[in-house]
Design a protein around this ligand. Structure first.
Ligand SMILES: NC(=O)c1ccc[n+]([C@@H]2O[C@H](COP(=O)([O-])OP(=O)(O)OC[C@H]3O[C@@H](n4cnc5c(N)ncnc54)[C@H](OP(=O)(O)O)[C@@H]3O)[C@@H](O)[C@H]2O)c1
Length: 237
């Protein structure tokens, strides 16, 4: 899909990978719709991105997801692509992980993207096609102790994406799953909290350094253009 003049929703556009993606897609000529739970944050970000439209949405809330689609349609009259990027980590061994916290993580990392897909598929079908890019995780390519909850939700999103790709092929709707490697963002940190010098997590002994979010944004752009099924950024050793 050519990105120029297309309407693209990027969930979680206030920070990290989503922010870098929104900037890149706007630079390539798309009208980007960006979301955050925080009105001030997303309006401030939108001011710096040409033509960006800010929508406040908690991606765990079905009413917010419906409202996001409604506002986008009212503003632009179409939706050509979505980047299901909003997400949060979950850290802790399986044995003691509180089930309510597990549920919350799944609500955001799996059900949020699914609900947005369900909202936009009929619109894309009517338009004659579209693109869906789901952001998974490199943790699904390994068995890392302490991230079972997070990686299980992202693994489910991976499988869902592969099946959706097949189901939607006849409608000219492309579905891609991208697995970012460790990326230098605010992931797992409260960006509103006072800054601490915790940059060491980005370079751990024996582990390849974190990618910049702009690298992932470039891969998302590539996926929109080429319609890849799956892209992993995990370094091959
Ligand atoms: N960073 C990594 O190492 C890494 C590796 C693999 C995969 N990923 C995936 O990449 C995606 C982006 O993460 P990032 O690294 O860019 O992290 P980030 O800098 O923390 O950005 C996360 C984004 O998600 C949004 N978000 C969080 N909870 C939300 C909610 N309930 N409703 C709506 N939006 C919500 C945040 O928006 P607000 O806080 O403004 O609401 C923010 O814009 C995630 O899906 C993550 O799982 C990251």
């Amino acid at each position: 899909m050519e990105v120029k003049n297309k309407v693209i929703i990027v969930t979680g556009g206030s920070s990290g990978i989503g922010l870098a993606t929104a900037k890149l897609l706007a630079k390539k000529g798309a009208s980007v719709v960006i979301t955050s739970r925080y009105k001030d944050d997303i309006e401030k970000v939108a001011k710096d991105i040409s033509g960006a439209f800010a929508v406040v949405a908690d991606m765990t809330k079905p009413t917010d997801i419906k409202n996001l689609v409604k506002k986008t349609m009212n503003k632009f009259g179409r939706i050509d692509a979505i980047i299901n990027n909003a997400g949060q980590p979950a850290q802790g061994n399986i044995e003691n992980f509180p089930i309510d916290e597990y549920r919350k993580n799944i609500e955001l990392n799996l059900f949020g993207p699914t609900l947005l897909m369900q909202q936009v598929i009929p619109i894309m079908r009517k338009q004659g096609g579209g693109s869906i890019v789901n952001i998974g995780s490199g943790t699904t390519k390994m068995a890392l102790p302490g991230v079972g909850v997070y990686s299980s939700g992202k693994s489910a999103l991976h499988q869902l994406s592969m099946v959706a790709r097949k189901e939607l092929e006849p409608d000219n709707i492309n579905v891609t799953i991208i697995h970012p490697y460790l990326t230098a963002t605010n992931f797992g940190r409260d960006r509103h909290a006072p800054k601490t010098d915790d940059s060491t997590w980005q370079s751990r002994p024996g582990v390849p350094p974190a990618d910049p979010p702009e690298k992932v944004a470039g891969v998302i752009f590539e996926a929109l253009q080429n319609g890849n099924e799956e892209i992993s950024l995990v370094p091959v050793r």
